[in-house]
Design a protein around this ligand. Sequence first.
Ligand SMILES: Cc1ncc(C[n+]2csc(CCOP(=O)(O)OP(=O)(O)O)c2C)c(N)n1
Ligand SMILES: [Mg+2]
Length: 328
Amino acid sequence: MVELSAATKKDMFWNMLLARRLDERAWALHRQGRIAFHISGIGHEAAQVGSAYALQRGRDWVTPYYRDLALMLCLGYTPRDFVLSLMGKREETTSGGRQMPSHWSLRKANVVSHSAPVATQTPHAAGIGLAIKLKKEDKVVLTTIGEGATSQGEWYEAVNWAAIHKLPVVFLVQNNKYAISVTPDKQMAVKSVADKACGLGLDGRAVDGTNVFAVYEVMHEVVENARRGGGPSLIEAVLYRITPHSSDDDDRSYRSREEVEEHKKQDPLLIARAILEQEGLLTSKEVEEMESRAKEIINEAVSYAEAADYPSVEEGAYPVYVEEARRG
Ligand SMILES: Cc1ncc(C[n+]2csc(CCOP(=O)(O)OP(=O)(O)O)c2C)c(N)n1
Ligand SMILES: [Mg+2]
């Protein structure tokens, strides 16, 4: 394993903390009636940050899914970009306020926009992987997904194709134990998502998705293996969805409060903090400083986005529908 420097480890923790506070603010904005929708990545930060740091960011390709706020922040998407998208403002970077929030894209980081139907990002990743192979580049594609969406046909087709052609793709599955209200036992007959790999002919492994450094270690290995032409891997990051599915979901109808409280003990942010403190790399004072820095950044993002303009009614349909005159 490549040893991470103290500065890098702290930076990983910072990105987890920023993502968490930004996510919490999104919930508050929703409850205050200032935004219409939020889908949360709370509990997923270690899986995403550990994966981001295993990439050559800005060079490798990423086809993410909606919970990937922490991953996106590591790739250069900003809190301001995110709040603009929550509010559907015109200068929102992914679609000019037309797309739902958390439907990421980021050209400078090779993040390809995905659609609302789950799993459609997986064949995109296989296709990009094939292009990389044909061009003989030493790049890798990371694609992420939830465990429930691995039931989709597209997911099998893409993983199968990547395995046959030994494409440089890493399939990261964030197993948070729920697909809205549906548990994994109703979604798959195998015990773990990683077990699906053996039937498709690629390396499949499960990792503790609440420990950012454990995730980094395995992701670094499989990303570099793919870069060397060793083919794709399937990594299952095992974690827990601490929040309801989205701001429109009431999870009290399908799981107990005790269950949720129990899993909060495995909070990835607390685990990362404990590891860094134990290694003597992080002090309470530094965490306090990070907290106030995060608050400042998020406050600025919210003020900025609130003052920004909405798209006008006239431009609402563009560029899906183009007026006759504009077509020339
Ligand atoms: C093809 C398709 N079917 C259903 C939905 C509605 N839907 C959105 S998210 C979701 C659950 C996905 O669960 P999982 O893949 O485990 O990801 P998680 O939300 O738990 O991170 C469903 C059913 C959809 N977006 N697309
Ligand atoms: Mg899930």
